[in-house]
Each structure stands twice: as structure tokens, then as C-alpha cells.
Design a binder for this molecule. Structure first.
Ligand code: FAD
Length: 267
């Protein structure tokens, strides 16, 4: 779709957010390995949404750390010499300002892992502290087509991006999940072809890489957004940028997790 601006709803006024002390309002298992957690706080009514793939950093302090109240950005900074939080990144799947609510979808990849385990055990009333949101991806107004690539960690972002792309824009989405039970209903006004890839017992991202590197790109100027395991993203970037000569600026490829490493080492 040429000439139509492609932008997140709040593209013109992107700001980074601040520290939020929220409560879990609801927990829903939307698929066998994906928990949707609704966070609530009166202040979330005023959260400045940056749209598309905006994410937050969840703060995890060691149990027993006594947090000063009110717990503000300044208070967290002052606490750093004594207690340093472990950070985990999660995408804002929905923001309902009228209800002061935000949804985030958590892949349940292991009850003994920090964020995944927390999400698996979360119940209404639990406190959750996070910082954000980050800026969101905003493909330029000259975008004629979009390719979206991701595993289940990218599914919240892909879902949010699809909801915000303009009517009629040609979009190809390749999404790798374990099996059919992990597929989600995604809504969009774009002219989207969504392909679900079922990895079964194959290692995460193998199939995504295989299909992404055999995808034929439309003519005209498009944008490629992708997120998955770090080495998978590297392989996809090599294919498009080094192999096909797609301008790096037209790609937005982000490692969302790293096999065998916690996110501690990345923050
Ligand atoms: C910008 C951004 C946005 C993100 N948005 C989301 C989101 O909305 N929803 C979401 O679920 N994730 C999202 N992620 C990915 C998430 O932050 C990572 O999966 C994170 O490592 C999970 O933290 P953890 O404490 O559960 O595991 P960690 O302590 O970080 O890792 C422990 C072990 O688990 C492995 N591991 C981590 N993630 C996975 C996985 N998905 N599958 C299999 N093994 C894994 C690691 O390799 C490591 O061996 C996002 C990441 C980024 C950078």
C-alpha cells in the first residue's frame, strides 16, 4: 500500500516511561504454555503508550529486600548499592487506559526460571514492579510491505503490531510455536498472510530460520521485523542483510532470549 503512513498510534510523541508499582489483577492461561497477566494500577490510566512492540523491564528483587515506600525511580536508584534487581523484558500486549490495565503474555518455559516461574505462580494481588515502556517500532510511511518473523516470545509483539498496521498493507508473518495448541487468534486490518510453524521436537528457531530464508520478498520498499533466540536472529539477519542486501535500516531484528544464558547477562 504505497503512500499510506505506517505508524504506531503514538508515533509522533514517543517517550520512555518510568517505574510502575502494579498489582496482578488477573491471570489467564491463553494457551497451554502462555499466561496472560493483567497488571492494574490507577496510574496505568496515564501510561503513555508507544505502541507496536513496546516493552517493559520487570524488576525482580531477592526475597527479603525491604523496598522503601513509595517506591519510585529515585528510590530504586538509591537502593542500587544495597539491592540490585534482576531485569526481564516483556512486551505490552494490550493497554486499556480506561481501566488502568496492561496485559503481558508470558511464555511458560520452566517453573524454575525467574520470570517464567513467577508468571506460572502469579495470582491476583501479587505486586509487580516494572520500568517502561520502551519506544515502539515505527516503520516509515514509505513502507509497501511488512514481514514479521518470530517465535512465541515475539508473539505478543507480533499480535500488537498486526493490530496497528493500516488496512490493506501486505504482510507476511511466520510464527514458530511448539504445536497447534499454541496458536492464537490474531486480528488485523492489514492484508496479512499468517503462517504458523510447528517445531514439534525440533530445536527452537530451526524451522523459523529455514522458512524465513526461503521466503520470497515482494518488490518495492518493505520492512522486516523479527525476534527470536539470539543465534536464530543472527542467522536471519545474515540472510537478509549480508545475503540479499536488504538495507540494515529496513530490518528490525532483535534477540529476545539466548539459549543457555539468563537475561541477566544481557542487561
Ligand atoms: C524486547 C523484548 C521483549 C520480550 N517480550 C516477551 C514477551 O512479551 N513474552 C515472553 O514470554 N518473552 C518475551 N521476551 C523474552 C524474555 O524476556 C526471555 O525469554 C527471558 O529470558 C525470560 O526470562 P526467564 O527469567 O524466564 O528466563 P532466564 O532466567 O532469562 O533464562 C533461563 C534459561 O531459560 C532459557 N530461556 C529463556 N527464554 C526461553 C524461552 N522462551 N524458551 C525456552 N528457553 C528459554 C534461557 O536460555 C536460559 O537457559 C522478550 C525479550 C525482549 C528482549
Amino acid at each position: 500500500m504505497s503512500g499510506a503512513p505506517v505508524r504506531s498510534r503514538h508515533h509522533d510523541d514517543r517517550r520512555s516511561g518510568g517505574l510502575r508499582v502494579t498489582r496482578v489483577r488477573n491471570v489467564e492461561r491463553i494457551t497451554p504454555h502462555m499466561a496472560r497477566i493483567t497488571f492494574a494500577d490507577d496510574e496505568l490510566a496515564a501510561l503513555h503508550s508507544n505502541g507496536t512492540d513496546q516493552h517493559v523491564a520487570l524488576y525482580f528483587y531477592e526475597p527479603g529486600v525491604d523496598l522503601p515506600r513509595p517506591f519510585t525511580t529515585e528510590a530504586a536508584r538509591a537502593l542500587l548499592p544495597v539491592a540490585r534487581p534482576r531485569l526481564r523484558r516483556y512486551t505490552i500486549r494490550h493497554h486499556r487506559p480506561e481501566l488502568g490495565e496492561v496485559d503481558m503474555d508470558f511464555v511458560l518455559h520452566g517453573a524454575d526460571q525467574l520470570a517464567s516461574g513467577w508468571a506460572e505462580r502469579a495470582v491476583p494481588g501479587d505486586e509487580a514492579i516494572w520500568f517502561g515502556p520502551s519506544p515502539g517500532w515505527a516503520p516509515g510511511p514509505d513502507t509497501e510491505w511488512v514481514v514479521l518473523l518470530g517465535d512465541e516470545t515475539a508473539l505478543p509483539a507480533i499480535g500488537a503490531i498486526l493490530e496497528q498496521l493500516p488496512p490493506g498493507l501486505p504482510v507476511s508473518a511466520l510464527i514458530e510455536v511448539t504445536d497447534r495448541a499454541e496458536e492464537q487468534q490474531l486480528t488485523t486490518r492489514a492484508d496479512a498472510r499468517i503462517t504458523w510453524l510447528h517445531r514439534g521436537r525440533r530445536s527452537a528457531g530451526h524451522l523459523l530460520h529455514e522458512r524465513a530464508t526461503t521466503l520470497s520478498l515482494p518488490s518495492g520498499r518493505g520492512r522486516i521485523w523479527g525476534a527470536a533466540e539470539r543465534d536464530v536472529v543472527r542467522g536471519i539477519r545474515r540472510h537478509y542483510v549480508d545475503g540479499l542486501g536488504v538495507a540494515r535500516a529496513d530490518t528490525h531484528l532483535t534477540p529476545y532470549w539466548t539459549r543457555g544464558e539468563t537475561q541477566d547477562s544481557e542487561v
